[in-house]
Write a protein that binds this ligand. Sequence first.
Ligand code: 13P
Length: 256
Amino acid sequence: MDKRNRKAVIAGNWKMNKTATEAAALIDQLIPAVQGADCEVVICTPFTSLATAVEKCRGTNIHVGAENVHFEKSGAFTGEISADMLTDLGVEYVITGHSERRQYFAETDETVNKRTLAALAAGLKVIVCVGENLTQREQGITEELVRSQTKIALLGVSAEQLANVIIAYEPVWAIGTGRTATSAQAQEVCAAIRKVVGELYGEEAAKGISIQYGGSMNPGNCAELLAQPDVDGGLIGGASLKADQFSVIVEAASKG
Ligand code: 13P
């Protein structure tokens, strides 16, 4: 299976933006803007907007995801949300291991793995984020680091469960900075991720998994990034908050 046979996945990561009221208004704009898409369209919203998003997106081609999930099923974890709480709402996707979680909320490779396993066990599709910071890139350890982040995140994930995993390569230095990885840099690391998946799960699994690029993807640079042989979609921050911008990226992925 090559790129043509993998479905492109364009996911918006809204981060800590939009009240539920504002989310409803944005979704009203998004629904007509992406309705003809020939790719998977996902919006990952703050917890407080999920119920609204699920309700509004029912019967449309927009799938709803959360931005994080806790690994325990329930209990004394004040402020946390379990995978069952998400599936009960009708949420289909969740992001794990976003660099902002790693950087500001002490997320580690181990907790990313636990969250990924819990989400998969509950039947969620998981977008697992990996990526190096600027120092690590300058030290020349990008590939090693991303390989190990990927391996640890996938520990204990069965071959069957892997079908519900998407990996997002997000270089930290490109997130929210307007500084995008070149298409060659994105391709190089996405190919390295596919290689490690092949080592863990075999060639067919590696060919089947969708790998996204994320980091200042926008209407101007998306076509070139999405044209790379190992880039199967995008995880979009800032540009996912504007229906006109997000829909251009969805369109580019549909031409794929
Ligand atoms: P930006 O597109 O705003 O750089 O954010 C990327 C990102 O972190 C998506 O998860």
